[in-house]
Ligand binder design. Structure first.
Ligand SMILES: Nc1ncnc2c1ncn2[C@@H]1O[C@H](COP(=O)(O)OP(=O)(O)OP(=O)(O)O)[C@@H](O)[C@H]1O
Ligand SMILES: [Mg+2]
Length: 454
């Protein structure tokens, strides 16, 4: 039979003998125990934090009909844009990761969540391993947070954080960040794969066994994925990413994974002195009053972000160049997609762009991650090349295929409704759709719309 070593103080199990228990910190407390298959009881790291009503733990088979639901407590943050992404609020016993680029506003976001919960009378413990407590206090003061009710500690030892949390019994524990906390017993440095995995496992166990919501800040790698082991992503209940261009104040919160809600929702914020301020009508932010004029090289495109239509302004500038390698520069639009669009425009409208620099910009720091923006971008380029304005009261929706055809997009009706709400009178669309107060023109291919408009 295999043997294991069990801490006689807290019950922590280890495959090898340890001098000091990583969970309760007691010395020489490990005793060897022979494992028997029958009646083997799972006791694992962090079990001492149990409040006795462990979520869904059942060691023997049970009929699903006999399984009892435990009431899930969902705490609304009161920030609409945030609750939308969370699926209604922070779930007790939920383990969340908030990821994002350096300096994008992760600590600001978690501090604002903490403050919202504190203001409703919940207990929150903010454990920071990245910043000092005075730094945290300064930010909290700047955000106008209730600093007389919010508890914080500065530590990077995850066992110390959890020991304190077990005593303090918060409704929400914030760990900033998972890459800077460590377990002293593991020889590798904080942020290494084994440290992040083990710290993640301990936080998970703590969260589930004590029904505490745990929110950990997570760093991202250069290619934009969560730093650390892939298992961390499987472990957690929800991964939220805060994105945005650091030069613009716009921030978009997305759920990459959410066991408690849809991943189709996004939250839009603006970073200000007082922290992240929700933007309830993002379209108005991007296209304020532009639809009154006809402008050269400008189109308005209803994008679909998850389930949410957002109107953005696409600007293009086509400028002749004597150089053999013309510049193709994009902001917010995929550069490879732009190359494809330029080739399609040349082939299907006869416009030669090979001797011209082409710049494409989506204003306001928005990114078009979906093909529905193709038609608007292509028309802005053509309009700039021909120096002819496009109707300012119209929007353009459609993906462009390699043969110049305009392909259907998802959520067409939602996009049209948003365009109508902002006062647009006409929409060029790929498939038939009727909506009151907005004239729709179905276009089949790029050469057809080219002949209609320019
Ligand atoms: N006084 C201020 N006024 C307005 N915005 C500020 C102010 N101070 C900080 N910010 C904004 O907050 C951002 C930093 O936020 P925060 O520290 O929450 O980011 P972070 O993602 O936690 O960063 P890190 O990766 O360093 O932990 C800055 O980039 C800036 O946009
Ligand atoms: Mg931070």
């Amino acid at each position: 039979m295999p043997s294991k070593f069990v801490c006689q103080v807290c019950g922590y199990e280890s495959p090898k003998w340890l001098g000091r228990c990583p969970v309760c910190g007691s010395w020489n407390s490990f005793k060897e125990v022979k494992e028997t298959k029958k009646g083997r009881k799972s006791r694992s790291r962090g079990e001492k934090y149990d409040r006795g009503w462990v979520d869904g733990v059942q060691n023997s088979p049970l009929l699903l009909s006999e399984v009892e639901f435990r009431k899930e407590v969902r705490i609304s943050t009161g920030i609409g844009e945030l609750d939308r992404v969370l699926g209604g609020g922070v779930v007790s016993a939920g383990f969340y990761i908030i990821g994002g680029d350096p300096g994008i506003g992760k600590s600001t976001l978690v501090l604002q969540i903490a403050d919202r919960l504190v203001k409703q009378g919940y207990r929150v413990l903010y454990a920071t391993a990245e910043e000092s407590l005075p730094q945290l206090k300064l930010r909290a003061q700047r955000l106008g947070a209730r600093i007389d009710s919010l508890f914080a500690m500065s530590s990077s030892d995850v066992t110390e954080i959890l020991d304190n949390a077990a005593e303090f019994k918060p409704h929400l524990l914030i760990v900033d960040s998972i890459q800077t906390v460590y377990m002293p017993e593991i020889p590798s440095v904080p942020g290494s794969v084994s440290q992040v995995r083990e710290c993640g496992a301990m936080l998970l166990r703590f969260s589930k066994s004590t029904s505490t919501a745990v929110m950990a800040v997570g760093h991202v790698t250069k290619d934009g994925t969560l730093a650390g082991p892939r298992t961390l992503e499987h472990m957690v209940d929800a991964i939220l990413f805060l994105e945005g261009d650091r030069n613009s104040g716009l921030r978009i919160l997305r759920a990459i994974k959410n066991r408690y809600g849809s991943t189709e929702e996004i939250g839009v914020f603006e970073m200000a002195y007082k922290g992240l301020i929700e933007v309830k009508n993002p379209s108005e932010l991007f296209v304020s009053d532009v639809h009154v004029d006809n402008r050269i090289g400008v189109t308005i495109i209803p994008l679909l972000e998850g389930n949410r239509p957002i109107l953005v302004e696409a600007q293009a500038l086509v400028s002749p160049t004597p150089f053999s390698m013309p510049i193709r520069n994009t902001t917010g639009f995929d550069a490879r997609r732009l190359s494809m669009l330029l080739a399609v425009i040349e082939n299907h409208t006869g416009i030669m762009l090979r001797n011209a620099d082409v710049f494409v910009n989506l204003t306001g720091g928005m990114k078009a991650d979906e093909p529905g923006a193709d038609l608007g971008v292509a028309l802005a380029i053509i309009s700039s090349f021909k120096k002819e304005p496009l109707p300012g009261d119209a929007v353009y929706i459609g993906e462009i295929g390699l043969t110049g055809e305009i392909r259907p997009v998802k959520g067409l009706r939602l996009r049209l409704q948003e365009a109508r709400r902002l006062g647009f009178k006409k929409a060029y669309i790929p498939t038939k759709e009727k909506l009151e107060d907005i004239e729709t023109v179905t276009v089949k291919n790029l050469s057809e719309i080219f002949s209609i408009l320019l």
